[in-house]
Design a protein around this ligand. Structure first.
Ligand code: GLP
Length: 247
């Protein structure tokens, strides 16, 4: 595996460095096929990308975006839907043409939605997939135990993931509203991306980051699958890096 580790002072620097990474890749390849995460972690990166676009530094007109995952059972405009998150934090502020923004549908026939989404990702695959990480080591909605060769599919959320998903900015009115299932790119799908960018911030992620990067490669820690990839960049702040032996 090739892992480049960048440890930043704080969240803001993590966000700037993540935006630098995407901006560099975009300049090298204006037709970037870009996998996008949700959650609190990437908010600052999206803000940076949007600001740089507004200053005329970036052009997304030939980019295709692919959302990493979605809650099952939510309409795309539900306040907590990941499709809406990506729309609000990124797409509506930049010039990705609407036909070039893709997401897995969280309604209808799950198997059919998964097939359709894999077909959209297609044999071309993704140039970059950006990932956050769950405290239990999940990536996307691939929870502990998920197969490393899994493709996009319907999955059950871990109880811890459901708990963490409920917070003031989550878009859910009550804890019980957090769906039990999701649809996510599989670990197999993720590992086929040409490069992977993993982001984490804060002490709550320190254990997951240590297990992902330095622990055994095991399906019990989904993010440990990244050790099998040849081009991973990890940008984490000092708090998230605190447990790494090799800093
Ligand atoms: C959810 C998403 C993941 C994300 C994780 C961490 O489970 N499906 O893609 O990485 O939450 O979110 P946060 O960045 O808010 O900690």
């Amino acid at each position: 595996m090739f892992v480049q580790r960048i440890i930043t002072k704080d969240y803001d620097e993590m966000s700037r460095r993540a935006a630098d990474f995407v901006a560099d890749k975009l300049r090298q390849n204006p037709e970037l096929r870009l996998g996008l995460p949700t959650g609190n972690t990437p908010r600052g990166m999206y803000e940076q990308l949007v600001e740089r676009y507004a200053r005329g530094e970036l052009d997304f007109s030939r980019v295709h975006t692919f959302n990493l995952d979605e809650y099952w059972g939510l309409e795309p405009d539900h306040p907590a839907a990941f499709a809406r998150y990506i729309q609000n934090h990124f797409l509506r502020h930049v010039n990705v043409p609407s036909g070039q923004a893709h997401w897995p549908s969280g309604k209808g026939d799950a198997a059919e939605n998964a097939r359709t989404y894999e077909a959209r990702i297609g044999s071309e695959g993704l140039d970059i997939i950006i990932l956050g990480i769950g405290v239990n080591g999940h990536i996307g909605f691939n929870e502990p135990g998920a197969a490393f060769d899994a493709r996009t599919g319907f999955v059950q959320l871990a109880e811890r993931t459901r708990q963490d998903a409920f917070h003031p900015r989550s878009g859910f009115a009550t804890r019980e509203d957090v769906p039990i299932h999701g649809i996510t790119m599989g670990i197999g799908t993720i590992l086929e991306a040409k490069s992977i960018l993993l982001l984490a911030s804060g002490a709550s992620k320190a254990k997951a980051i240590q297990r992902a990067l330095e622990g055994p490669v095991t399906e019990e820690v989904p993010a440990s699958a990244l050790q099998r990839h040849g081009d991973v960049t990890v940008i984490v702040d000092e708090a998230a890096a605190a447990r790494l032996a090799d800093k």
